[in-house]
Design a protein. Structure first.
Lengths: 428, 274
């Protein structure tokens, strides 16, 4: 049985194809139950996110399995993979395992190191468990994938530092203030970018939000949505006196706050500094304001610089994350190989034990009752002594990548051991 | 006993330089190995140093404050203890390298020049004198730590203002945390220095029968005390920004450092009159 992966992601297919292929949870459930009936793959898992749809399965025949999955995607989503075979990729065995581990680590994501993917991988596994398309191999594989994701998150900084403009604004706030929950945000203007930045601040724990806008109604609307209070723009001065973080994105053609006004506001403020993110183009705050003591004035250029630096740092963590992936891959491969040995050992032992107990039973009458226990112990001991070196060899062969399977096969033949279709049966 | 003391005298700066190296590695690289062993080294050094002070006190039968170099070792220990408290309370390890460099330097100077005093001042057995020195050392420790955090605060402050998102930005906690460290350490230093000065004045009256002496150390320390009282104490009341408080703390410490190091180069005793 080999592992196979057929998938589509941001590297292989354009956005419109990825959108088309993306599967909802219900889609996944439906596909899994169909695949379970059709029995081309013995274990299946479907991972589907916005930018990735991947089928992981266990098969005895790679060629058939690959065509089967491709047809399934075509049939369900009509993207004609036959015409564009490059949209989907196929990986086998260790390569497919490495791929899943890299996905779980966030190494394969559009945004390097993003954390959501691990949850999505876990979700995909849950759906497979619900549909009972999981089995020994996928159980172990997904357990290892979760462990990769966790190790990468705790032992590397692959996911460290904000990599979106809004996230970077919030990160910088965390470098100025100790605890954002006691800080207040003033949002000037109700533009999309400003709103997103305010949301990020709220996610970081900011509890008080004031929204000032020229059209008061819009401010009220947004305040209701985000959980803040609205203020007309002509009361901006008073709002600036009490705000710790200011996000400004009005459409004004002239600065709405000049150095003189800011000085008088600073005069009325108590000690803590004020952090202003000026998103507006042209700018809402006169650049000279940034020179004043107690003011941190930043614009989108600062944020993109911070994002760039953070991405560089994340890239620097790739080797550490790849090492973790390779370690877990090695563990998994060793475990897979041991599966070849385990059933052989189990069957050999069963067969010999059957012969032994049969022979002992046949000759039991020749001995007095008191001796029967001794006979059992004696014969068991002889068999164990003979089998012991053989068992250790089988175990060693199981770890041998090249000739192991062949040697174990000889044991099956020599002892005329029964074979099963699926080696994982012995471990279920 | 002498052998133990001599061994400790070499071991201490060795441990400190190792601890410092690990904390430096931790600051620059977030090395997991350093992250695990830096705190182990930190606590080992502290224990070793405590043992050293205890052995010296018992064996030489005086608290090790008889010479400037004995006092330097105590100062290193005191800074270390204050730092351990800060690290333990906040969990911030990335500032360790800046403090431990100072600890190592003081201990190295002490280890290199430490020698038994030729004559013991009777003052060594005066509880007021012992308290005077102990509080002065605690005061210096607080000021040293405050100055280091003040400097780091200013570095982070200007890095954020000027959009330099480098190591300092990445590794230091927030400005508010840094200013908290600066301010609290300065308060601690200021309080102990005040007590030390009052005790010193009591000794001056008791032993020499005068209220003032033109000893350079007393004069310079008084200047530093004024800087702290204005910069840290009253400055806070007038609503000074954390940046100005940080400046004041650094200035105050520079003056103290001048009194500790430069003046001692020209005088054999701690104060002119002892």
């Amino acid at each position: 049985m080999d592992l196979i992966l057929v998938g589509i992601n941001h590297r292989s297919a354009p956005l419109e194809i990825r959108e088309q292929v993306a599967l909802s949870d219900d889609d996944v459930r439906e596909i899994l139950s169909r695949m379970k009936k059709e029995k081309v793959l013995s274990e299946v898992l479907v991972l589907s996110t916005c930018h990735r749809t991947e089928f992981y399965g266990l098969t005895a025949d790679n060629g058939t399995a690959e065509l089967y999955i491709r047809d399934l995607i075509d049939g369900k989503k009509k993207i004609n993979l036959e015409k564009h075979p490059g949209y989907a990729y196929t990986l086998k065995d260790a390569e497919s395992v490495r791929h899943l581990f890299r996905v779980s680590a966030g190494l394969d994501s559009i945004i390097l190191g993003e954390a959501q993917i691990l949850g999505q991988v876990k979700r995909a596994y849950k759906l497979a468990v619900e549909s009972r398309t999981n089995g020994v191999i996928l159980n172990r594989l997904l357990h290892a994938a979760a462990s990769v994701g966790k190790r990468v998150r705790t032992n590397t900084r692959l996911g460290g530092g904000a990599v979106s403009l809004a996230g970077a604004s919030a990160e910088l706030a965390g470098k100025i203030f100790r605890d954002l929950s006691s800080r207040s945000v003033l949002l000037i203007g109700v533009g999309e970018m400003g709103t997103l930045t305010a949301r990020h601040m709220m996610e970081r724990g900011v509890s008080r939000l004031t929204i000032a806008n020229r059209t008061f109604g819009k401010a009220e609307e947004l305040a209701k949505e985000l959980g803040g209070r609205a203020l007309p723009l002509d009361r901006l001065d008073e709002a600036l006196v009490s705000a710790d973080i200011v996000i400004s994105s009005t459409g004004a053609t002239e600065p709405i706050v000049d150095v003189k006004l800011m000085r008088s506001i600073l005069h009325k403020r108590s000690r803590p500094p004020i952090y202003i993110i000026d998103i507006a183009v042209p700018r809402d705050f006169e650049p000279g304001i940034g020179q004043l003591d107690g003011v941190f004035l930043h614009n989108m250029d600062s944020m993109s610089l911070l994002v760039k630096k953070n991405l560089e740092k994340r890239r620097g963590e790739i080797p550490k994350a790849e090492t973790i992936v390779e370690q877990e891959l090695e563990n998994f491969v060793v475990w897979r190989r041991s599966l070849v040995a385990a059933p052989a050992i189990k069957r050999l032992r069963e067969k010999i034990e059957a012969i032994r107990s049969q022979e002992v039973a046949r000759h039991r009458k020749r001995f007095v009752n008191q001796d029967s226990e001794h006979i059992d112990r004696l014969t068991e001991s002889v068999i164990n002594k003979i089998l012991h070196p053989l068992m250790s060899h089988i175990r060693q062969w199981g770890e041998d990548e090249d000739l192991g399977a062949l040697r174990i096969d000889t044991i099956y033949e020599a002892f005329d051991l029964p074979r099963s279709q699926d080696p994982s049966d012995d471990h279920a | 006993m002498e052998t133990t003391i001599n061994a400790l005298n070499i071991l201490l700066p060795t441990f400190y330089v190792l601890t410092w190296a690990f904390y430096t590695l931790l600051f620059f690289r977030n090395d997991p190995f350093a992250e695990r062993f830096a705190p182990v080294l930190l606590y080992s050094s502290a224990l070793l140093h405590a043992a050293d002070l205890a052995v010296r006190t018992v064996h030489y039968r005086h608290f090790p404050i008889a010479t400037v170099f004995e006092a330097f070792s105590l100062l290193a220990f005191s800074i270390l203890v204050v730092y351990i408290i800060i690290e333990w309370r906040t969990g911030v390890r990335t500032t360790g390298t800046f403090i431990l460099g100072i600890v190592f330097t003081f201990q190295l100077v002490s280890s290199a020049f430490i020698a038994l005093p030729t004559s013991f001042s009777e003052l060594l057995w005066d509880p007021i004198f012992v308290m005077h020195v102990a509080t002065a050392i605690l005061g210096y420790s607080g000021m040293a730590i405050s100055a280091v955090y003040g400097l780091l605060y200013l570095m982070l402050f200007y890095d954020i203002k000027k959009r330099r998102f480098g190591l300092i930005y990445k590794q230091l906690p927030s400005l508010e945390v840094m200013s908290g460290f600066t301010y609290r350490a300065a308060i601690l230093g200021f309080a102990f220095l005040t007590i030390a000065m009052v005790l010193g004045l009591m000794l001056l009256v008791e032993v020499y029968g005068t209220y003032w002496t033109w000893d350079p150390k007393v004069a310079v320390t008084f200047v530093a005390w004024l800087i702290y009282s204005v910069g840290v104490g009253a400055g806070r009341l007038w609503g000074w920004s954390a940046r100005r408080v940080a400046f004041a703390s650094i200035m105050g410490f520079l003056v103290i450092l001048f009194s500790l190091v430069v003046i001692n180069l020209f005088s054999t005793t701690f104060h002119e009159f002892i």
